[in-house]
Ligand binder design. Structure first.
Ligand code: PLP
Length: 347
């Protein structure tokens, strides 16, 4: 059976060109700085995002935790969105590993408001943890994968600066936002102190993420990554996949977005409640659907679609997420949408 896998853009597998690049990669011991492919990937990534330096990390989560540990001292406070990946979906590593106190700001719109940032840092006083970092997420996974307007992003960055905070961008899918708005990714990434972006989501590499920032920040990050066990040896095989992804797959994200729109339209026309794209934001490769009180729950619907070859994640009892990605074509998207409609509306 030909599976339509809407669970995530992490399910992509390397195509022939990427496999060839992996097979032919020049490698060395990257712990000694001897892996030419890792070195090439790190300088390419830094260049693309407009930062001085970059470091390859095995996963997006490790990129984020490495950033937190490199920016902050234990016992400090960090401003995070209350629906953000760093706060909700990283196993509490922010506290358990980095030793930080989260102040969670409402980011229902995809970004915390500048006012909430300005009002959330207690004065410097022995009673309070010192707030040192603001974390942002673009695109925002839990908030519909929406591409937030650049002006909103810049306004919240500005507010963080006004409070003297360092700024980390969880840009796991920042290229989706750049492509959705047709802007250079540097518009998001060059004004922050660090950015993590994933190679293994819509860009199609089998593993890895890049953490980028100043030379000084990245040398601290090398220390943090070592502590976490994330310094790899002949990682050039994976770096070759990352280089291939950055050189070939960024423009292809647009196809995922177009497929996301077709999926949303098909489901909405068929009678499901598709979460809308608020004025001023743009859809990328995610579609969130809310289920009416009557009828199957998200998990029941996921379970009834699975034997028919359509997979997706039930995020909440009456809310589920569908993700379009590399390697999924229009015919599959429509077939998947029709299956969900049939199962949801005839149950
Ligand atoms: C916004 C965001 N940040 C970070 C991550 C973590 O990436 P990884 O699963 O590669 O560790 C994810 C994963 O889905 C994500 O959606």
């Amino acid at each position: 059976m030909n599976i339509v896998d809407f669970r995530s853009d992490t399910v992509t597998c390397p195509d022939g060109g990427m496999r060839k690049a992996i097979f032919e990669a020049s490698v060395g011991d990257s712990g000694y700085g001897d892996d030419p492919s890792i070195n090439e990937l790190e300088s390419l990534a830094a260049d693309i995002v407009g930062q001085e330096a970059a470091i390859f990390v095995p996963s997006g989560v490790m990129g984020n935790i490495t950033a937190l540990g490199s920016h902050c001292r234990r016992g400090e406070a960090v401003l995070v969105g209350d629906k953000s990946h760093i706060y909700r979906y990283e196993g509490g590593g922010l506290s358990a590993i980095a030793g930080l106190l989260p102040y969670a700001l409402d980011d229902s719109s995809g970004l915390p408001s500048p006012e909430s940032v300005l009002n959330s840092c207690p004065e410097v006083n022995v009673h309070f943890a010192q707030t040192s970092l603001l974390c942002l997420e673009v695109t925002h996974n839990d908030r519909g994968g929406l591409a937030q307007p650049l002006s909103d992003f810049k306004a919240v960055v500005e507010a963080g600066r006004e409070k003297g905070l360092a700024i980390h961008l969880d840009g796991a899918r920042v290229f989706n936002s750049a492509v959705a708005w047709g802007v250079d990714v540097k518009e998001y990434t060059s004004s922050v102190d660090s950015v993590q972006f994933c190679l293994s989501k819509g860009l199609g590499a089998p593993m890895g993420a890049m953490l980028c920032g100043s030379e000084e920040f990245i040398s601290r990050a090398r220390f943090e990554r070592k502590r976490l066990g994330g310094e790899l040896r002949q990682a050039g095989f994976m770096a070759a996949a990352g280089i291939y992804a950055l050189k070939n797959n960024i423009p292809k994200l647009l196809e995922d977005h177009e497929n996301g729109q077709v999926l949303a339209d098909t489901l909405a026309q068929g009678g499901l409640i598709v979460e809308p794209v608020p004025q001023g934001t743009r859809r990328t490769n995610m579609v969130y659907v809310n289920l009416a009180e009557k009828g199957p729950s998200s998990s029941e619907l996921a379970a009834s679609c699975k034997p028919k070859g359509v997979l997706f994640n039930d995020m909440e009892p009456r809310r589920f997420r569908l993700v379009t990605h590399l390697g999924m074509d229009r015919e599959e998207v429509i077939r998947g949408a029709n299956c969900i409609l049939r199962e949801a509306l005839t149950a």
